[in-house]
Design a protein around this ligand. Sequence first.
Ligand SMILES: NC(=O)c1ccc[n+]([C@@H]2O[C@H](COP(=O)([O-])OP(=O)(O)OC[C@H]3O[C@@H](n4cnc5c(N)ncnc54)[C@H](O)[C@@H]3O)[C@@H](O)[C@H]2O)c1
Length: 269
Amino acid sequence: MTRRYEGKVAFITGAARGQGRAEAVRFAQEGANIIAIDACAEFASTAYAGATEADLAETVRLVEETGAKIAASKVDVRDFDALSAALAAGIEQFGRLDVVVANAGICSAALSWEITAEQWQETVDVNLTGVFHTAKAAVPHLIAQGEGGAMVFTSSVGGLKGIPFTGHYVATKHAITGLAKTMANELGAHRIRVNTVHPAGVASGMQPNDIGPLLEEYASTLAPIFMNSLPDYIIEPEEIAATVAWLCSDDAAKVTGAQIPIDMGNLNR
Ligand SMILES: NC(=O)c1ccc[n+]([C@@H]2O[C@H](COP(=O)([O-])OP(=O)(O)OC[C@H]3O[C@@H](n4cnc5c(N)ncnc54)[C@H](O)[C@@H]3O)[C@@H](O)[C@H]2O)c1
């Protein structure tokens, strides 16, 4: 494997499992030291189990196995002060910051007009405000360092089209796409690139089981929205990580403000 991140440092949110873990391991394999946070918590609105401290410890083990170093802590992206402190401590430990992956997110399902106030608020707080917090904490460090940098926000195919039964989720994923495009404009002069990735179904802990009955009920009209061009229905987290590692590297030095689908062709339908 090429080592495009030798001597560099990557900050990844939601790194206890799934895509965040795969990204931590991938950047580490390519030479980076890792600053990782995860809430390691259950969420009131989700119908799947939350990540645990044991999951985050496993990420630490996997990163260290590559020979890289990792500063991992149990921090919720909704807590700006704790996130900022964890990031600052990691930068203090490793000496710099090059890459930011705002990956932490949650998902639940309901018809848009039946989403509860609590479900709406939790999703917005984690998926939108959490990404804003991540960028707000990281950007001053990147600007002060004066060597550019790369930020990726993990959106979704639902950041570019209307995925039924996830209106609150889709609203946040569109919102962070707009935030990334705006920040790409503002930060271009500093050679800080900001892009979004748009995965379709990923084999991770995020299994919104509450969507099943709705899918069955509306299958005759809405099933094509979930179909892909490729004869695949699921993406491995490592495949997402490979694209994110490309997007943050000098191989993508002229890519900013872009929306990169990793979706088996779902957005092509
Ligand atoms: N799984 C999919 O099919 C899919 C598709 C498109 C986009 N996404 C997006 O990809 C990202 C990663 O999800 P995943 O598929 O790896 O799911 P996952 O549930 O396995 O991992 C998400 C991680 O984020 C953490 N997290 C959640 N809320 C947090 C918070 N408030 N503070 C800190 N950490 C928090 C979780 O604890 C978990 O470890 C999410 O933003 C998700 O919306 C997922």
